[in-house]
Design a protein around this ligand. Sequence first.
Ligand code: GTP
Ligand code: MG
Length: 455
Amino acid sequence: MKFLDQAKVFLKSGDGGPGAVAFRREKFIEFGGPDGGDGGRGGDVVIEAADGLNTLIDYRYKQHFKAQRGHHGMGSNRNGARGADVVLRVPVGTQILDENQETVLCDLTEPGQRRVFLRGGDGGAGNAHFKTPTNRAPRKFHPGWPGQEQWVWLRLKLIADAGLLGLPNAGKSTFLAATTAAKPKIADYPFTTLTPNLGVVRAGDEEFVIADIPGLIEGAHEGHGLGDRFLGHVERSRILLHLIDGTAEDVVASYRTIRNELNAYGGNLADKLEVIGLNKADALLDEEIDEKKAALEAESGAEVMVLSGATGQGVQQVLYRLLTVIKESKAEDPDVIHAPATRSLPRPPVGQKLPDDGEMRWDDTLGEWVGGEESDEAFDEEDLEDEDLGDDDAVEGALDEGDEDEGDEDSEDQNAEDNDADSEDAEDQDAEDQDAKDQDGVTQEDKDGTKPDVV
Ligand SMILES: Nc1nc2c(ncn2[C@@H]2O[C@H](COP(=O)(O)OP(=O)(O)OP(=O)(O)O)[C@@H](O)[C@H]2O)c(=O)[nH]1
Ligand SMILES: [Mg+2]
């Protein structure tokens, strides 16, 4: 399962079905009168947060989701059936943004949360509704109200309690691997991590989730390196752990670079609580540690913790600090943090080449890196557990559900195809209906879609 955190999709709710024009004709019954039933309501577009999903990859392959239109009314006052809904299952933490990616239209933060995003059109009235004392045999009907349609962006912002930040090579993934069961890729070149990883820290009977995201470099907000689009995954966290590579010449510059990127990113990131960690202490002399710690403290005005993800030195203290803040924050506000909308158009990196992996290239239309090691061909069960999901325990159930999803997806596809077929029929039907309507001199108002007076 490949990680994908944004996708653009087209949604359309079903049109309402047209009302019927029919007359009661029965042997020995005079003056049967109009008995055309109403059209059915079109299906809704429903968005559902599914527990256990953690990628939007399904929406790469299928981008158009149309609910079924309402069925038309029939004689004998029979109303048309309601069109089937189309349900989009998305990971918990998914936001729906408008087409320009600025406004959050919906933020799904609870498993099982369902939102009717676009409502289907109402069915039209059949001719039985248009009977008047002067017109006992109306051939008038309403064609039904159209559904709504919209292009939207789905944007996944993972739900983690703490977010790991730092320059590439700061040791973020090493820290995640040391404190959780996650097995992120770790190597001594920048941009080892290409997609976020989650891990669950277990401390006694308490636990919390940490997110490790790709490293940031200067100018990330302009698209340098991997850009800042992955920062969205720490927007919901209650605290940030900012790791600084202690072996770097100028640790203060490293600190400033990340802070500048947080400010440039906007949203709520720059105001989040932050724990600053001087990492790789095992590779430093004591004097160096003192000197760099003092410099960082002078710059940030906060206490700096000294740790080494590789040897475990100072790691427990950092975890304890994180846990204390997370518990306080949850006691204050147990709800998941709603992430504000931030500008997040995928941007290709500027003036940077991905090291060590010439296979990777930026795909403009997909808005992400393609090819290289994490490509689809490299997919196998083991990769799936180790690389993409990060923590086995946290998302074990997720995999099974993910697999089931494929079945659902197929059946949705099937539905969509059926819908298309239906809508063709329905269009024919519409044309016929329109003819009938023209003959009967339907008022302009009806054509404009305002509800006709029902008598
Ligand atoms: N000596 C020492 N080396 C470390 C420590 N933590 C990480 N490293 C090394 O630093 C290099 C980078 O570590 P990663 O954990 O991959 O760094 P990262 O921050 O995840 O890097 P990106 O994913 O590229 O952003 C690796 O070679 C690690 O072995 C540490 O505490 N001490
Ligand atoms: Mg990493």
